[in-house]
Each structure stands twice: as structure tokens, then as C-alpha cells.
Design a protein around this ligand. Structure first.
Ligand code: DHB
Ligand code: MG
Length: 219
């Protein structure tokens, strides 16, 4: 089974389950046009985040790593009229691209893009336990810092999702000493003894290759 097969499999399922959405397709095209790397979540993962927002009846969401706004738009679409998503992006040029796509999606009233580093901006957000959902998808080196701040911000019964915790099984490979894998390992080592969340990694395969989300439920 090759990557092509998994991409075709994703396509097959998506054809049955996912509607075409002009605003989301615009966001992907606008990202490519702006020179961003094509590393946003897959369509299926975007829909999963969207359904999670609905399931949680989330009203306040925080995201680290806006990139082109693709995941933010998926989540923003599921927010109620008074919902708000705060998303943090370190690159000013990327912020511009994301804002265009969010505006195009008609979600500028609900999605606020903050330019800055997650480690600087997250501590300014609050109050504690006022968010329903956090999605962490920025540099992997700071995963543990992001996670600790997300845990402060998310309410009991809320959820923290961390992208890219499998990385083609490299995180579990002792021979891989990349800073990204090390960042994920520090988070996993922390979770081993963190009694304030229950968490699981779900490895996935699809049109983005082999990777996975960490899903943490705050007690
Ligand atoms: C990379 C980052 C991501 O968030 C992702 O989903 C895939 C790849 C990266 O930095 O290579
Ligand atoms: Mg990612």
C-alpha cells in the first residue's frame, strides 16, 4: 500500500462525506498563491475539528499556528453566532494571507488572527478555563509550553488537540533526534504524569501521509 493508495482512500471517503466548500478551497488556493507550505490539516481532519466544535457546543476556541487559516475556517464555520476563535500566527506575511481567506469566508467577525509567537500571546489570553477547545499546530519545539497554557485556558470538559504527534512514526524512533520529534516527546513525557487530563494519540493515514492528533480531555 503506497501513499497514492491512501490519498485515493481519503478521496473516496471525502467524496461520500464532505461537501465542496468554496471558502475552504479559496483558502487553500490563496495559501499556495501566497507561497505558504501545503501543510494545513487534511480536508477530513478539518471536518473532524468542525464536528468537534459542534459536539462540544464550543463558543470559544484558541488555535496556535494559523498558517493560511484553513483549520480556523473549518472550526469557525461550526461556531454559533456569538462564538469566537482566537488564532495566533508568528509570521506577519502569513497573517495577511490568512486574514484574506477568513474575510472571504465571511468569518472576520468570529475569527481574530493575532500576530505573534504562541509563547508570548497565549499568556495574555484568558480568563482561565474560559475556552472550550484548543488546537495546537505551530512549531513542535514549543508543544509542551503551548499545552500547559492551553490547559490553563480550557474549561473542565474541554478538549486540547495537538497536530503532528506521530510524524511518520519518527517520534517513536530513538534514531530520530530532530527538534520537532523531541518537542513531541517532551509533551508525551509530561502527559505520562499529568493527572489533570486524559489523553490519547490517534495515528492516521491519508492524503497527508502518516501522522496523528493527540486528543486531550481536561478533567
Ligand atoms: C509540518 C508542520 C505541520 O503542522 C504539519 O501539519 C505538517 C508538517 C512541518 O513543519 O513540516
Ligand atoms: Mg500540523
Amino acid at each position: 500500500t503506497t501513499y497514492d493508495d491512501w490519498a485515493r482512500s481519503d478521496q473516496y471517503h471525502n467524496d461520500h462525506l464532505l461537501p465542496h466548500d468554496a471558502a475552504l478551497e479559496f483558502a487553500l488556493e490563496n495559501s499556495i498563491k501566497g507561497g505558504l507550505r501545503p501543510i494545513s490539516v487534511s480536508r477530513a481532519q478539518g471536518r473532524l475539528l468542525n464536528l468537534l466544535v459542534k459536539s462540544l457546543r464550543a463558543r470559544k476556541i484558541v488555535e496556535v499556528g494559523t498558517l493560511g487559516g484553513y483549520a480556523a475556517i473549518w472550526m469557525g464555520k461550526a461556531l454559533p453566532a456569538d462564538g469566537e476563535l482566537t488564532t495566533i500566527e508568528i509570521s506577519e506575511e502569513t497573517v495577511k494571507i490568512a486574514r484574506e481567506s477568513i474575510e472571504n469566508a465571511g468569518l472576520s467577525g468570529k475569527i481574530k488572527v493575532i500576530h505573534g509567537a504562541g509563547v508570548d500571546v497565549l499568556p495574555t489570553l484568558g480568563p482561565d478555563e474560559s475556552f472550550d477547545l484548543a488546537f495546537l499546530d505551530a512549531d513542535k519545539e514549543s508543544n509542551l509550553e503551548y499545552f500547559k497554557e492551553a490547559k490553563r485556558l480550557v474549561r473542565k470538559g474541554g478538549v486540547i488537540i495537538v497536530d503532528n504527534v506521530v510524524r511518520n512514526a519518527e517520534v517513536a524512533d530513538p534514531a530520530d533526534t530532530s527538534s520537532g520529534s523531541e518537542g513531541v516527546r517532551r509533551l508525551l513525557a509530561h502527559l505520562k504524569t499529568d493527572t489533570s487530563v486524559e489523553a490519547v494519540t490517534t495515528g492516521t493515514v491519508g492524503d497527508k501521509g502518516y501522522d496523528g492528533f493527540l486528543y486531550a480531555y481536561k478533567l
